[in-house]
Design a protein around this ligand. Structure first.
Ligand SMILES: Cc1ncc(COP(=O)(O)O)c(C=O)c1O
Length: 401
């Protein structure tokens, strides 16, 4: 594999080879890097300290609660997508804020949600009408998600809440048609979420649209939540502009600003270690079958789609030999990608994918009966500790009695 790979996703290895650091681990396994998580937390805490904004962990991206104590001192609390994540945040970041946004709450879950969430964000005037008074009576801070109808990302509508016809958030036309003075009076805050892995220039563009459409309403609010999708902890992100956006909103509208990044909290703070099970060839294509799966263990690779960084590997044809990396499953498209290497892969080789803490452990599945990878922590002191191991019963117990 040659010289050390010092790309950002592998910075946590401090120049050591994957074999040296993780060679003793059974594969496949996820490894969560505490020092990298702490680093991310400190960057976010810096933004909060400079501006007075509050930052929440969006648990949909990262919910390995054993490591919440690493992030908790840097954050105001957690953000949830529904009842279970709200409960997890309340239990595992105790004493800190719990915010929840869900496209629609059911009556059953809403009553229980009141036990865990302090801030409840509704998606539509109808949901606000149905549950808002109940939330207020329970002493909750109530918000409405707005849709500023400002797309700043192109080419993947699936991740664009402002795409035409989107169900996410209340547009100004919906507001004008449905928001009575009584409903407006229930609101403590507004929420928007429009970005995905974006820089602060797109936030600035979005804020202009928010002001154009909802500028008259904002001075009545106590808080404004900028949602997630801010790639704050990636190298080169424009933190100064982000802080400028936060201060401007606070001064203009007298609101407390919240951010709820998921990716930025755990960016480049995890790895997926896997071994080569077999090497084959189809025509000119070299193929390596791994003991991991894109479909099961890193579903965003197929959904986004997204190419994960691989230690020591280049783009197809960049290095001496190119291999197509595929999985054990039956799905023909369960391929992680074509990567090139200095030397041919062989059975038993250890490969290390980077940036594997986000949208992985909380999103994986056992399609084809694939085992779930164990989860390890790589502690700040350089120790490897087992967080969780899975067995056949984790596959079976979800399927029947
Ligand atoms: C409402 C909301 N908040 C926060 C997030 C977190 O986004 P990210 O992980 O891209 O920062 C998402 C992601 O979909 C979201 O839908």
């Amino acid at each position: 594999m040659g010289a050390a790979d010092t790309r950002h996703p592998f910075a946590g290895l401090h120049g050591k080879l994957p074999q040296e650091v993780f060679g003793s681990l059974p594969t496949p396994c996820y490894i969560l890097d505490e020092a990298q998580l702490k680093h991310n937390g400190e960057v976010l805490a810096g933004v909060a300290a400079h501006t007075g904004c509050k930052i929440l962990l969006a648990q949909k991206a990262f919910s390995n609660y054993d490591l919440y104590p690493v992030l908790a001192p840097c954050l105001a609390g957690t953000e949830a997508s529904g009842l279970y994540e709200a409960r997890l945040g309340a239990e595992e970041m105790p004493g800190q804020e719990v915010h929840v946004f869900c496209a629609a709450y059911s009556e059953d879950e809403f009553k229980e949600l009141l036990k865990y969430a302090g801030h409840i964000v509704f998606n539509s005037p109808r949901q606000l009408q149905k549950f808002g008074a109940l939330a207020k009576q329970a002493g909750k801070s109530v918000g409405l998600r707005i849709n500023p109808e400002c797309s700043t990302q192109e080419g993947h509508a699936i991740y664009d809440p402002c795409a035409p016809g989107s169900r996410m958030g209340t547009t100004r036309a919906q507001w004008d048609a449905n928001m009575t003075p009584e409903l407006v009076a229930l609101l403590d805050g507004l929420h928007f979420h429009t970005l995905c892995e974006q820089d602060a220039d797109d936030l600035a563009t979005t804020l202009k649209a928010v002001e154009e459409r909802f500028g008259d309403v904002l001075p009545k609010m106590q808080w404004l939540n900028f949602g997630g999708g801010h790639h704050i902890t990636r190298p080169g992100y424009n933190i100064a502009l982000l802080e400028d956006c936060i201060r401007t909103a606070q001064q203009k509208w007298g609101v407390t600003v919240y951010l709820e990044p998921g990716e930025a909290c755990a960016l480049n703070a995890g790895y997926l270690a896997t071994r080569v099970l077999d090497v084959t060839q189809n025509g000119a294509t070299n193929i390596a079958i791994l003991d991991t799966s894109a479909a099961c263990h890193m579903p965003d690779v197929l959904e986004m789609p997204y190419r994960p960084p691989l230690y020591g590997a280049g783009e197809a044809d960049e290095k001496a030999v190119t291999f197509r990396l595929g999985s054990q499953t039956c799905l023909a498209g369960d391929v992680i990608g074509d990567y090139s290497f200095d030397a041919p892969l062989a059975e038993g080789h250890l490969l290390l994918f980077g940036d594997m803490a986000i949208y992985t452990t909380c999103k994986n599945n056992t399609f084809n009966g694939m085992p779930l990878p164990a989860i390890y922590a790589y502690t700040a002191a350089g120790q490897l500790t087992l967080i969780k191991q899975f067995t056949y019963s984790d596959f079976k117990c979800r399927l029947g009695r």
